[in-house]
Design a binder for this molecule. Structure first.
Ligand code: ZN
Length: 221
């Protein structure tokens, strides 16, 4: 499965988003990862629907919406999701995971089930028919700049095996949290194919440079 890069907009230079997006377009970035936080599901608040609306107008790059909010089904329709986009719903965030995934599907976007580090891989088992992939958190969500939980690599391997054995070798695995080059090489070997890029690859604070992206591409094949 080919690998994809999804830089996190939360880690961009937010006062120069236009410049960052231009660079992403020129460097064949696959999607813009957007962390949506509500201060309840995670201890931080970030990136609301207005900002995402503006992003959508600015670029044709697919969006990769990561809903880290309680009861996401109440807010999904306020975000501009469409054909070609991705949206991740956390298993832990609602009693109605399937309903939330279906809402994303109805908009023509790809669905991912997201799971926190302490959530077992089997959380994906009852929604295998409802998803295009899985998002594995390699840190507890809420903040950028955390260290990868060491078990993450084993978990990626186990998830890849589980998906393959259950007829879903087509399902993608996205990894989010401390995706440094060093960690990404191991994550890729374990079976992940979508990488959320953040502070771990940045050489300048809160800014993605061409060099950061190129260095990552050269190292992780
Ligand atoms: Zn994320």
């Amino acid at each position: 499965m080919s690998y994809k890069l999804a830089p996190s907009m939360m880690c961009c230079d937010l006062l120069n988003v236009r410049e960052q997006i231009k660079m992403f377009e020129q460097h064949r970035i696959d999607a813009l990862h957007i962390d949506i936080m509500d201060g309840s599901f995670v201890p931080n608040i970030a990136l609301g629907a207005c900002f995402v609306e503006q992003l959508k107008k600015e670029t044709r790059l697919p969006l990769d919406l990561h809903f880290m909010i309680d009861t996401p089904e109440r807010y999904i329709n306020t975000y501009p999701i469409g054909e070609g986009d991705y949206a991740s719903i956390h298993f832990e965030s609602t009693n109605h995971v399937q309903r939330a995934l279906q809402m994303v599907k109805d908009k023509g976007a790809k669905t991912l089930i997201a799971i926190n580090p302490a959530t077992p891989i089997y959380a994906a088992s009852e929604v295998l028919d409802d998803i295009d992939g899985v998002l594995l958190m390699s840190v507890n969500p809420g903040y950028a700049g955390q260290k990868m939980i060491p078990r993450s690599i084993e978990k990626i391997k186990a998830m890849r095996k589980f998906l393959d054995e259950n007829g879903r070798s087509d399902a993608e695995i996205e990894v989010d949290g401390n995706v440094s080059i060093e960690n990404a090489i191991k994550m890729r070997a374990a079976g992940a194919n979508i990488f959320v890029l953040g502070t771990a690859i940045q050489t300048k604070k809160e800014l993605f440079t061409r060099e950061d992206i190129e260095r990552f591409r050269l190292s992780v094949q």
